[in-house]
Design a protein around this ligand. Structure first.
Ligand code: SF4
Length: 471
């Protein structure tokens, strides 16, 4: 690979260094694995329950279309390497997806056993058995394709960027990933709940993806600051954008700047990555929001031993966007909710937060147009005591980061992409993951990164052909 100026910024990824960093003591390491690895006997018994359905609904429910009956059958015959290969062939992030996928609403949610009032096949757990078998033995199934002309800059070293880079390598194209943080992995490293996946495994997966070759990864490079999109356009044939979402949303209410009021992704990232970061004696925590990030924080704080963890949400449990199974688990673990409640400010003492000032809400409507809304109940103000308040009210989009690029279309802050190819309205740009889908699962990002790699291959081949035709 040639070395243009763009390859001098940041630090080349060193798997051994990253592994050492990941193994330093961090708060997330004290949280238990909620879905521990099955034993070989358990895996065999579970695999033997599978009906190997024709036209299997579980495959259709998987965004990466893993051939689930095939990988399960291979487990049942003791061919764990073949099983892992089938998984990773469809989804190179199969190791992390086995842990972090909401299987309850994806493959397992569509397993035919649900219609027979029997528990669905534990597909996620079986996938974990097979992929960990391969990783533990250093089994590498993939190699670079024969070289084809075309180099791609990948902005963002998270699931979408990694999946895109790996598929490009299999297709014979070189790529350079520019990751803004010091550690790659995106949400798998910085944001996934530690009872599902922790940093050492996220780094292990990144290293595995890169083993194929033809992918250079440079960390600590903020595109837009350390490197411009114009430089990338000058040095690369095409650009894939997989930058995820932006900073935590805020409420803009009184007291939000008090110590102890933090954004959810900031708090999770510190808990997962920062050596020495601790709870600092927190006894009462309030989490504002009703999505999956809010529930993750609730469960993490309970798991870390915080006595009183309350989720504050402006509607009721049925209206929450977080998964029902995750909220049920949080309640079993001792969390509670304060529904129909709206924060209007924070109380503090000595610069530190002491509570959340709230109003009770009442549901209104629906009106003639079917619209429902909530209204504050006059005189209902109360204070919920808290020495930590975590705001999980969404994340901003990174549209402004891309403002210097001509011809990109956005819809509500999301990059608009072609549904078949992931190509943006500026044809040299492709995108996938949260910045294009608005915030979905790791498995969606993996699928969209791979889709874009195939779109990029068509684009680069056409470009090379054009250049050949014009001598
Ligand atoms: Fe096996 Fe369930 Fe998929 Fe059928 S739907 S192939 S039983 S996992």
């Amino acid at each position: 690979m040639t070395s243009p100026d763009t390859l001098k910024v940041g630090t080349p990824f060193d798997p051994a260094d990253a592994r050492r960093t990941a193994e330093a003591p961090r708060l997330e390491a004290s949280l238990d694995d909620k879905k521990p690895l099955m034993s070989a006997q358990q895996a065999l018994a579970e695999a033997n329950r599978c009906l190997y359905c024709a036209d299997a609904p579980c495959i259709k429910a998987c965004p990466t279309a893993i051939d689930i009956p095939t990988f399960i059958r291979k487990i049942s015959t003791g061919n764990l390497a073949g099983s892992a290969r089938a998984i990773l062939d469809a989804n190179i992030l199969g190791l992390s997806c086995a842990r972090v996928c909401p299987t309850e609403v994806l493959c397992e949610g569509d397993c035919v056993y649900n219609e027979m009032d029997s528990p669905p096949i534990k597909i996620g757990k079986l996938q974990r058995v097979a992929t960990e078998y391969a990783y533990d033995r250093g089994l590498q199934f993939f190699e670079r394709g024969a070289a084809r002309p075309g180099r791609v800059a990948i902005v963002g070293g998270g699931p979408a960027g990694l999946a895109c880079a790996h598929e490009l390598a299999r297709l014979g194209f070189e790529s350079v990933i520019f990751e803004g943080r010091e550690l790659p992995g995106g949400l798998n490293s910085t944001g996934v709940a530690p009872y599902k996946l922790q940093l050492p495994d996220a780094i292990r997966e990144v290293s595995y993806v890169l083993e194929i070759g033809g992918i250079e990864l440079r960390t600590g490079v903020k595109v837009g600051q350390d490197l411009t999109f114009a430089q990338l356009e000058a040095d690369f044939d095409a650009i894939f954008v997989g930058v995820g979402l932006g900073p935590d949303g805020v409420l803009d209410i009184e007291g939000e700047d008090l110590e102890g009021v933090v954004g959810a992704t900031v708090w999770i990232e510190r808990m997962k990555l920062e050596p020495g970061f601790g709870l600092g004696g927190v006894k009462k925590a309030a989490i504002i929001g009703g999505g999956n990030t809010a529930i993750d924080v609730v469960r993490e704080l309970r798991g870390l031993g915080v006595d009183d963890v309350v989720m504050i949400y402006r509607k009721d449990g049925a209206a929450m966007s977080g998964y029902e199974h995750e909220w049920s688990a949080a309640r079993i673990e001792g969390a509670r909710a304060q529904f129909w409640t709206q924060p209007v400010g924070f109380t503090g003492e000595g610069g530190k937060v002491t509570g959340v000032r709230c109003l009770s809400l009442k549901p209104m409507g629906p009106d003639e147009s079917g619209r429902a809304w909530v209204e504050p109940i006059p005189g209902s103000e109360s204070v919920i005591g808290a020495d930590l308040v975590v705001l999980a009210v969404g994340q901003s989009k990174l549209e402004s980061m891309m403002s210097a690029v001509e011809g990109l279309a956005f819809d509500k802050g999301r990059l608009v992409v072609d549904a078949e190819t992931g190509q943006c309205s500026n044809p040299r740009y492709f995108a996938g993951g949260d910045c294009a889908n608005g915030g979905k699962e790791v498995v969606n990002a993996a699928a969209e990164g791979k889709r874009a790699a195939r779109g990029l291959a068509r684009f680069l081949d056409a470009r090379a052909q054009q250049e050949a035709d014009h001598g």
